[in-house]
Design a protein. Sequence first.
Length: 299
Amino acid sequence: MMLKETLRPYSHETASARAAYYAGNMYKIKTSQARVISITSGKGGVGKTNVVANLAYALAQLGKKILVVDADLGLANIDILLGLTPKYNLQHVIMGQKRLAEVIVTGPGGIKILPASSGVEELTSLTMGQRKRLLAEFSLLDEAYDFVLIDTAAGISGNVIYFNLAASEIINVVEPDPTSFTDAYALMKVLSVKYGANNFKALINNVASEAEAKDIFEKLRLVTDKFLQIKLEYLGHILRDDKLREAVRLQHAVTEIYPYAKSSRCFYQIVKNLCNVPKGEIKENSINRFINRLLGKGD
Ligand SMILES: Nc1ncnc2c1ncn2[C@@H]1O[C@H](COP(=O)(O)OP(=O)(O)O)[C@@H](O)[C@H]1O
Ligand SMILES: [Mg+2]
């Protein structure tokens, strides 16, 4: 069909998978155990990309397989933060010019990154052929991921909503300044009132102390308890740290080059909190569900 013959078949791809690919059939993605988590915020510049990069790196150090989806259309993206220069992105897959595995790049600690900032807008208006091809491409991924972390844009634009609803868990990054607080509330309000999302994890970044983070969290919980029908959990805090800024300048994750910096210790604590969630509490945690929701199929 529309698939170009120039595309290389994967070495692990069976003849029947290849046939299904051509036929555009949907079938189950192998990696059903991944937790798909979107990292989002109401306001920009609060540290989302750093959170994604460092949680990814710290989780990888614990032996977890990580896929990062860069879904932010903005400029200071995760590839720049990690000093990577991906040649292709999701758009090439949508257009049938590249296989998904050819677009995914490997970052520090073996984390995989799917550059999707170009292509994100097209996701909402795919042709049936493109949608089927994309589903088939995800189903053919060789790797079994433990976590998929999505770096979303800030605010309440269509794409942000889209990725947050497709994910199984939402981390809302909040900073001490008042605008970040009100924007964090506004985002949860839209996601819950208009779209029925009712579980959020708050990550308080850029604080001077854990007490400051707890204080911000309690204030946020006070208003969400009062006005919204949601469950808001405290995931953790990240201390304000010059070493993190320096790492950004050097185009590395702080956990990679300064593993003992105060912010790095916070990231490892958060990873611990994330991994400590009792199994029963994580429901429908599959890439399958994510992709199907993202592409407008299934639930
Ligand atoms: N914990 C922190 N300590 C010090 N500076 C921080 C911290 N978190 C974020 N920053 C600063 O904020 C900037 C923006 O962070 P970034 O992760 O790009 O935000 P976002 O992705 O939300 O736009 C970083 O380049 C860094 O300079
Ligand atoms: Mg960012």
